[in-house]
Design a protein around this ligand. Structure first.
Ligand code: FE2
Ligand code: FE2
Length: 156
């Protein structure tokens, strides 16, 4: 059984992951309107990944005999002022998620919840990759490259 505090934090995290999924889908919609299909596909994949993250936590809670929770998700924008704005907002979102997992890891240690601590490691490693991806995309756009040409350079 997980500690009560960590259970609540993970239940909240399910909401953050679904919110991130919704945000990335909104960004995909924005890129579709710009005829940048490669960028739209990239963000749709990001959106699907965030949903997987939510499900990973959802299943972990159920497997450990804890209650799952599906928090309300706010409406996500489908319009942005530029591609740069989308990747900057994405990086900020990922940084908030990283902080959230770091806080949960600290909490798990404080509560001597080693099962929970072990579960969080996968996410901490994943967040390193997520932040690096958006840092690279910011650099790509800031290089001044044409956004259509940049589609060939997006992560698979
Ligand atoms: Fe995530
Ligand atoms: Fe992410």
């Amino acid at each position: 059984m997980l500690s009560t505090a960590l259970t609540q934090a993970l239940q909240n995290q399910i909401g953050y992951e679904f919110a991130a999924s919704q945000t990335y889908l909104g960004m995909a919609a924005y890129f579709h309107t710009q005829n940048l299909e490669g960028w739209a596909t990239f963000f749709e994949k990001q959106s699907a990944e965030e949903r997987e993250h939510a499900l990973k936590i959802f299943h972990f809670l159920l497997e450990t005999g804890s209650a799952a929770k599906l928090p309300a998700i706010a409406e996500a924008p489908v319009q942005y002022s530029s591609a740069l704005e989308t990747v900057q907002k994405s990086l900020e979102q990922e940084q908030r998620v990283t902080k959230s997992f770091q806080d949960m890891a600290a909490l798990a240690l404080k509560e001597a919840d080693f099962t929970g601590f072990g579960f969080l490691q996968w996410f901490l490693t994943e967040q390193v990759e997520e932040e690096a991806t958006f840092e690279r995309l910011i650099a790509l756009i800031e290089s001044g490259i044409n956004l259509f040409q940049a589609e060939n350079l997006l992560p698979a």
